[in-house]
Ligand binder design. Structure first.
Ligand code: G1P
Length: 270
């Protein structure tokens, strides 16, 4: 049973500047809702009960979004606009926050969740990647596989070779159906990617990952890479990749952000 999820949302959003100078990239609007809310909805629909959002100094808007606006509620009630109250109701999940004070990478952001996680398996969801599935929720696909295999699982997707340099890429050994064993994993391979299976921001980990994260050496940019911890843990414990079913949009790429909006809009109209 996976009850907890960490959503790292502390990055500067450099790929989406200039708007992310003032608007956290997790709050980019998608058909009237912030991007992050699609991730929170996926978490809830996958059975998650507690979410830790890792924020940074400029992200207070996220905390405001998941809090009541008493003034607005009063206004809607007084002005006979009660039917709009449901638009600002809060999601049915416990959300808490921790601030990442130094920009030391995704690995450090996850480490900040060590106490929140305690001694149980947990999920990590990166809000850059919005994945829409008509079947099972993307995170639920990983959770169901975890019940079977109990090892770390990383969600992957076949990616165009030109894009692989922007992702973690696994060296897979095919097991059955969409399941792989991770023989190795390389972060943003500039040459010779080990396969075309890219890591797309959904993970389920055993709490043992924290010990590996604590031993990761910062990269040349001073960042602790989550991929390095996965690589080390996969050597000691069988770890898995699961090809996620669903349409995946990397909203930090403007072309995909626009595609996502059109896709959701078209499916609403249809
Ligand atoms: C991170 C991970 C990378 C993963 C990607 C998915 O990179 O380090 O392994 O493929 O997210 O979005 P980032 O995009 O934060 O540079």
């Amino acid at each position: 049973m996976i009850r907890k999820a960490i959503i790292p949302a502390a990055g500067y959003g450099t790929r989406t500047l200039p708007i992310t100078k003032v608007l956290p990239k997790e709050m980019l609007p998608i058909c009237g809702r912030p991007a992050l809310d699609y991730i929170v909805e996926e978490a809830i629909r996958s059975g998650i009960e507690q979410i830790l959002i890792v924020v940074s100094r400029s992200k207070n808007m996220i905390l405001d979004y998941y809090d009541r606006s008493v003034e607005l509620e009063t206004y809607l009630e007084e002005k006979d606009k009660k039917h709009l109250l449901k638009e600002i109701s809060l999601p049915n999940v416990h959300i808490q926050y921790v601030r990442q004070s130094y920009a030391r990478g995704l690995g450090e952001a996850i480490l900040l969740g060590k106490q929140f996680v305690g001694n149980e398996p947990f999920a990590v969801m990166l809000p850059d990647e919005i994945i829409l599935s008509n079947e099972k929720q993307p995170l639920k696909q990983l959770i169901d596989m975890f019940t079977e295999v109990k090892g770390n699982i990383v969600g992957v997707k076949k990616m165009d070779p030109s894009q692989l340099k922007n992702y973690g890429v696994i060296q897979p050994k095919r097991l059955k159906n969409a399941q792989f064993q991770i023989k190795d994993i390389v972060e943003k391979p500039q040459i010779s990617p080990p396969s075309d299976l890219a890591v797309i921001g959904r993970y389920v980990f055993n709490p043992a990952i924290f010990a590996y994260l604590e031993n990761v050496k910062p990269d040349v940019g001073g960042e602790i890479q989550l991929t390095d911890a996965i690589k080390a843990m996969a050597k000691d414990n069988t770890s898995y990749g699961l090809e996620i079913e669903g349409k995946c949009f990397d909203i930090a790429r403007m072309s995909e952000y626009i595609k996502l909006i059109n896709y959701i809009w078209d499916s609403k109209e249809g």
